[in-house]
Design a protein. Structure first.
Length: 492
């Protein structure tokens, strides 16, 4: 029995209705959708229902960091959790449980100590490459973890990679990630100042986890304990979210905006499936809220009512609907949210972009991309490109009123001379704290705080029997049937 009930709403009521020009070829429309999970009082899943594969990916010469990582990773496993330890040295392989007939060990004081001993005993063999040859491709770790978990599947299977970040893509990484989707989720924790974030971040975000940096044994143990706690708090492993589009509307993307920024890929569709319906599976749910940005392209000449212009113009038409998938326990009246369009020659001309919450999230994504591009340019010695991109990041932060980014994250790599106009001076390499910059890049590139303004008024439901359409709080009459509505101050 599910222990959560879910609801779908629009984060900003103003985004529910888009007024678009009927003589503009195409419009891009962005809407923020909020999915909320509330406790339903069901049973708490048992720890053994969660299987954690701990992967230790280090080059041989990093023996001391690896010993600390082993101790922290295994000690963080809560009692009763099913776990296994994956180790390198020629090729990734399970080093605990060491009996080949066993798939999972169950965490307690004895098993944790034994697992730590077995892992440390093999440390001189090195990482995932040839023995003594350093770390290898990340795809090998994903393949090994997936194959092991398939022997005895768990309700939640999670891969925890603790790495020095020197692995690479041998050409199979994207295929390996795709094979893991639906089979396991993944977090990547980096240890060491020379950590390269691009590939670990790609792995973690695609597999519904996070890539983070932890310097020292205590921060590492704290991060691992937080991940273990997050897994134990998971009540529903997967929730499908369906997007249905009006004929002639093209889906551009559906992405998570908060609390983590990540692109979502639609589930494979069976042959003959409805071409206007796509399903996105979200994972690892506890009580709380997540926000997603739905981006679509709408064309007036592609609208099914285009041939009957009198029917299309100034009419309230469904653009898209976001709903919970079958089998998901829904909160009353919140199983779906609709985005509507009104084609008109009186609408403002030009390309329609995001409003409200969507605009803020998209600007934050642009800021993260500009900051990452600027930092990458510094590492390559391209100071002209670095100045250009970091200046763009400064302008975006100014528009967002993000003083924390300007004073801390950006200030680590550039002196801000004029934020409003994007004028910065790139700092000399010797004055840059590269570990702090790396941590900022990971944070800005993934984590998105739920920092939108206060929620808009919920609106007024139509009192007419069989209608129940919710109109804007300022509306006097229902836009569908014309029934008079109670004023906002008169609602009970």
């Amino acid at each position: 029995m599910d222990t959560l009930r879910f609801g779908v709403t629009l984060a900003d009521a103003a985004e529910a209705q888009h007024r678009l020009r009927a003589d503009v070829a195409a419009h891009t429309v962005d809407t923020t959708v909020e999915v909320t999970a509330e406790g339903a009082g069901g049973p708490v899943p048992a720890p053994a229902d969660t299987g954690v594969v701990v992967a230790l990916d280090f080059a041989p010469h990093r023996l001391e960091e690896t010993r600390r990582a082993v101790g922290a990773a295994i000690a963080a496993l809560p009692d009763g959790t099913s776990f296994a330890v994956l180790h390198g040295g020629g090729a990734p392989r399970i080093c605990y449980p060491y009996d080949a007939s066993e798939v999972w060990a169950y965490a307690d004081d004895i098993s944790r100590n034994t697992a730590r001993f077995e892992a440390e005993r093999l440390l001189p063999a090195g990482g995932a490459g040839p023995a003594g040859g350093g770390t290898g491709g990340y795809a090998a770790w994903l393949d090994a973890a997936r194959a092991h978990a398939a022997r005895a599947p768990r309700r939640i299977t999670h891969l925890l990679v603790v790495t020095d970040g020197r692995g690479h893509d041998d050409g199979r990484l994207d295929a390996a990630i795709d094979a893991c989707v639906g089979e396991l989720t993944c977090d990547v924790i980096g240890v060491g100042g020379a950590w390269e974030p691009a590939l670990p971040a790609r792995i973690a975000t695609r597999l519904h986890g996070r890539a983070e940096l932890a310097e020292g044994a205590e921060p590492l143990a704290a991060r691992l304990a937080d991940i273990a706690g997050r897994l134990r708090a998971t009540r529903v492993p997967a929730v499908p979210v369906e997007v249905r589009l009006r004929t002639g509307v093209t889906l551009l993307s559906f992405r998570e905006a908060a609390p983590v920024s990540r692109e979502l890929r639609c589930d494979p569709r069976p042959a003959g499936a409805d071409p206007w319906r796509q399903v996105f599976t979200t994972r690892l749910w506890d009580a709380g809220a997540r926000r997603y940005i739905l981006s679509v392209e709408a064309r007036p000449d592609g609208d099914p009512a285009a041939g009957r212009e009198a029917d299309m113009l100034d009419a309230d038409l469904l653009l898209a609907e976001v709903s919970l998938g079958p089998g998901v326990a829904a909160l009353p009246g919140r199983a779906a949210a609709t985005v509507r369009v009104c084609w008109s020659y009186d609408a403002a001309p030009g390309r329609v972009r995001a409003r409200g919450a969507s605009a803020t999230y998209l600007l934050r994504d642009d800021l993260a991309e500009a900051f990452n591009a600027g930092c990458t340019a510094i590492s390559r010695g391209d100071l002209r490109r670095a100045r250009e991109m970091l200046g763009e990041a400064a302008k975006l932060a100014y528009a967002l009123k993000d003083r924390d980014f300007l004073d801390h994250d950006l200030n680590r790599v550039a002196e801000v001379l004029d934020a409003a106009n994007g004028v910065v001076r790139v700092r000399a390499g010797a004055t840059v704290d590269r570990t702090a910059v790396l941590r900022s890049r990971l944070s800005r590139g993934q984590d998105r705080p739920l920092d939108a303004g206060p929620p808009a008024p919920a609106g007024i439901p139509c009192p007419a029997p069989g209608c129940a359409r919710v109109s804007a709080a300022a509306a006097v009459y229902c836009v569908v049937c014309g029934t008079p509505l109670a004023a906002a101050g008169d609602r009970r």
